[in-house]
Design a protein around this ligand. Structure first.
Ligand code: UGA
Length: 373
């Protein structure tokens, strides 16, 4: 099987590439101009890496060649960091929609199976969040089903939704190619995959605001308070990256079951509030570094617009129904939340604890002007 992966140097791509290259029957053409996360795979004899920008001038002939040679095309290239949705909206729309059109068009032209990696953000906010049903009593108002749940995005000025909207339109574009040209496709909607190599750790691997796992790890390593956006009441399901990669592998092995389908890939058993996630992470971090004081590491509440800037609005809850992935692919996520976090924290403690600036510990007592969790 020959597979083309765009964005193979990112977090998901690096783990998927590792797994694919373990199989002797698989060859990969990978595209990514960032390769730090796949350094250990560079030079692999079954990997043909194009270290170029997918859409830069002059690369089209290579892209066409790679699409034509592939049995499946997995599209992972994206800007998927919420801190950019309201601060770089044009770049977000271009990277998640405009730039992607070419790849979908080529797949349609060559009749290739496009596995498009979308996002659970296409669902937007739950209906329950609009009806004021904060207790989430009726699953019909919050459980996310691939083929029946409506997409509920906020107003245009709330630029948080630029990403969700671009991803949604891309899903519709892929589906339209299927409808009009018979292009085989599958769409995967990931739900908060966590694991080593996710994003970047501010202060150690660059600066900025990554997703929540990296934000909390950076704060713990730098001995700064964990920031709970709007109190940390939002809920997410956390999915171990190994479980997530299993879903990709099952899909590749069962093309007839997976073609023409959209799949939620997430672990509903690992649902947590962000506040709960912060609490679990500080406890497991204390365990990992052998310092019980971290169990009471300070947590502060910060308004969303202060943390991310104007135009931020949150997804309140994303609880997926995963019956389709279970029934059609035989996929079952098995790694519990604490195991996902323990493994990930151990990876970063091993990597950075010896260089982490360990300021004298401060009291866990509240001190933030923006409130305290
Ligand atoms: C992001 C992307 O937009 C999705 O496309 C992607 O599918 C998803 O991550 C994912 O990893 O699967 P989101 O879950 O909102 O969506 O991203 P995070 O930045 O990880 O935020 C999760 C929650 O933590 C949000 O409520 C956010 O406000 C909060 N948060 C984040 C904090 O409370 N503190 C922080 O320091 C950072």
């Amino acid at each position: 099987m020959h597979i083309l992966i765009t964005g193979c140097g990112g977090f998901i791509g690096s783990h998927l590439l590792e797994r694919l290259l373990q199989r002797a029957d698989v060859t990969v053409s990978g595209w990514d101009h960032q390769q730090a996360k796949i350094e250990h795979l560079l030079g692999h004899q079954r990997l043909n890496l194009r270290g170029a920008d997918l859409y830069a001038c002059g690369n089209d002939a290579h892209l066409r060649e790679d699409v034509a040679a592939a049995d499946a095309v997995i599209n992972l290239a994206a800007i998927c960091n919420p801190s950019q949705y309201n601060t770089r909206p044009l770049g977000v729309i271009r990277s998640n929609f405009t730039d992607m059109l070419r790849l979908a068009d080529l797949c349609a032209e060559h009749g290739k199976w496009l596995i498009h990696v979308s996002t659970s953000e296409v669902y937007g906010r739950t209906l329950a969040s609009y009806t004021g049903d904060a207790a989430y009593e009726d699953p019909a108002l919050y459980e996310l089903r691939e083929d029946s749940t409506p997409f509920t995005l906020g107003p245009v000025q709330n630029q948080r939704w630029t990403y969700a909207c671009a991803k949604q339109l891309m899903e519709r574009y892929v589906y339209a190619h299927h409808y009009e040209h018979g292009m085989p496709f599958s769409i995967i909607r990931p739900l908060n995959f966590f694991g080593p190599r996710m994003d970047f750790i501010p202060g150690f691997e660059g600066e900025g605001i990554p997703r929540v796992l990296a934000c909390f790890l950076s704060a713990l390593l730098r001995n700064e308070p964990l920031q709970l956006v709007d109190g940390g009441h939002a809920r997410r399901v956390i999915t171990g990256i190994d479980d997530a990669v299993d879903a990709f592998m099952l899909l590749l092995d069962k093309p007839e079951a997976g073609k023409g389908q959209i799949f939620n890939i997430g672990n509903p058993a690992n649902e947590t509030t962000i506040r709960g996630l912060a609490d679990t992470m500080r406890r497991l971090f204390a365990e990992a570094v052998g310092d019980p004081a971290y169990r009471d590491h300070p947590m502060h509440t910060v308004p969303g617009e202060t943390f991310y800037g104007p135009g931020y609005e949150d997804s309140d809850r994303r609880l997926p129904n995963i019956d389709k992935a279970r029934d059609l692919l035989g996929w079952e996520p098995v790694v519990p939340l604490e195991s996902v976090l323990r493994e990930t924290i151990a990876y970063y403690v091993e990597k950075y604890w010896h260089v982490a600036s360990r300021k004298p510990r401060t009291s866990a007592a509240p001190s933030s002007a923006t409130g305290t969790a």
